[in-house]
Design a protein around this ligand. Structure first.
Ligand code: CAA
Length: 398
């Protein structure tokens, strides 16, 4: 059987960053609550001329530059912060990237799970047409109300994957664990720019979905816990991955390290290190990137773990509402790309810091779609949202 999986991967984020210590100072919270309690140091925040489309196109561009567009006949765009009720965001990305006309483009939605659904759909397409390659883009801006408990868990980011036969990075294995449960833990009504969330319920729903999808993986012949070398989780905030790891350890009886920081790692004793700390390196600085979060964890692991060749990775994807999946893959020899680690670090370091007052003003800025406008030129990314014309969103390459 042909091996299919992730051939290439790239991460992009937004122009601005808010340091959570500044947010804590502003609202009188102990900064340790954010840094240790939630496991978050920063959040990316988009400039007025950025959105899911500009970030998604920016993530995909280097993949096309490295691999060309040959064989790409499908572009799947996953998001839960969609900018139009009808048009798929990927159609604008298709034009910005100069992809050929003979490409199908569509949008996937199921909260943070949508990117994983798109990855599975891509694998299905490649298994039918092994010569084709599928571009999967997960891109989101996570936004909660100002002064709400969810506020420090906002963020923004996009990850683009190129899915193909005989992949260079990770071969995705066929057995998978699924779990769906209709629960009102987190959602975004059509007339709201911020998510509505029942925080405590969302945490317990996530953990129940984790064990539910794990059990389904086992029922479908997936590998046992001892056969999985690294474990990655959807990270709405990185401490959530630690909670997941602790739940999975209890559920399986395995001694898995729950060390989320370098200091905790030094004191982890004999517990098995499955990459919890390594997989959180990017998300700790991006904040929640919803659909992209689990793939940002994968990027961080691939970029910072030198001993992955031939190793099996387990990945838990959770989308509130809720749909989740536990999938596994094996890392291919030659996966290591130091240049990507350097690029991501440079992009994170280059973000323009926001003062809390500036952040709050940007957070509240909503462009009514009923009037034409030109957005201010702020972003230094390759693409920008240039404004509205006749209620249609306009994009350009810088
Ligand atoms: N020093 C160190 N730690 C501290 C501290 C301090 N001074 N003060 C508090 N803490 C710790 C708490 O003990 C707690 O740790 P534990 O969870 O390990 O007990 C942690 O900081 C958070 O404190 P609270 O529980 O008091 O935090 P909160 O009620 O203000 O908010 C939250 C937490 C509910 C997760 C909130 O951030 C939220 O609503 N976030 C959005 C929803 C979310 O991300 N849910 C996750 C699952 S849903 C999902 O995964 C989909 C998705 O992407 C949204």
């Amino acid at each position: 059987m042909t091996s299919i999986g992730i051939h290439d991967l790239e991460l992009a984020t937004a122009h601005h960053v808010l340091d959570l210590t500044r947010l804590a100072e502003y609202n009188g919270t102990d900064p340790a609550k954010y840094h240790l309690g939630l496991g978050q140091d920063q959040m990316s925040f988009p400039a007025p001329d950025e959105d899911i489309i500009t970030m998604g196109a920016s993530a995909a561009l280097p993949i096309l530059e490295r691999n060309g567009a040959e064989g790409i006949r499908t572009l799947l765009f996953a998001t839960e912060s969609g900018v139009d009720q009808s048009k798929a965001a990927g159609v604008s990305v298709h034009r910005l990237l100069g992809l050929p006309r003979h490409v199908r483009v569509t949008e996937f939605k199921q909260a943070c799970y949508g990117g994983t659904a798109a990855l599975q759909a891509a694998i299905g397409i490649v298994s039918r047409f092994p010569g084709e390659r599928v571009l999967v883009i997960s891109s989101d801006v996570a936004r909660y109300a100002l002064d709400s408990p969810g506020e420090p868990t906002q963020g923004a980011g996009a990850v683009a994957l190129l899915v193909s036969a005989d992949p260079a990075l990770v071969e995705i294995e066929p057995a998978t664990g699924l779990y769906t449960d209709d629960v009102d833990d987190f959602w975004r009504p059509n007339d709201s720019s911020t998510a509505v969330v029942d925080g405590a319920l969302s945490v317990s729903a996530y953990l129940d979905a984790l064990t539910g999808s794990w059990d389904d993986l086992q029922a479908h012949g997936g590998p046992g816990i001892a056969e999985i070398d690294r474990l990655l989780y959807h990270q709405p905030f990185t401490k959530m991955a630690k909670k997941g790891q602790q739940r999975l350890a209890r559920h399986t009886g395995a001694d898995l390290s729950a060390a989320l920081t370098a200091a905790e790692q030094a004191n982890a004793g004999d517990a098995r290190d499955t990459g919890l700390f390594t997989g959180s390196i990017y998300n700790r600085r991006l904040g929640n990137s919803y659909t992209a979060s689990v793939f940002a964890a994968l990027a961080a692991l691939l970029d910072h773990d030198d001993d992955l060749a031939g190793r099996r990775i387990g990945m838990f994807s959770y989308g509130s509402g809720s749909v989740s999946e536990f999938l596994t893959g094996t890392v291919r020899p030659g996966y290591a790309r130091r240049d990507r680690a350097e690029r991501v670090a440079a992009a994170l370091n280059a973000r323009a810091p926001l003062e809390v007052a500036e952040y709050r003003e940007l957070h509240g800025r909503v462009f009514p779609s009923t009037q034409d406008l030109e957005t201010p030129r702020v972003t230094s990314a390759p693409f920008r949202f240039s404004g509205l014309l006749g209620r249609a969103r306009q994009y350009e390459r810088r």
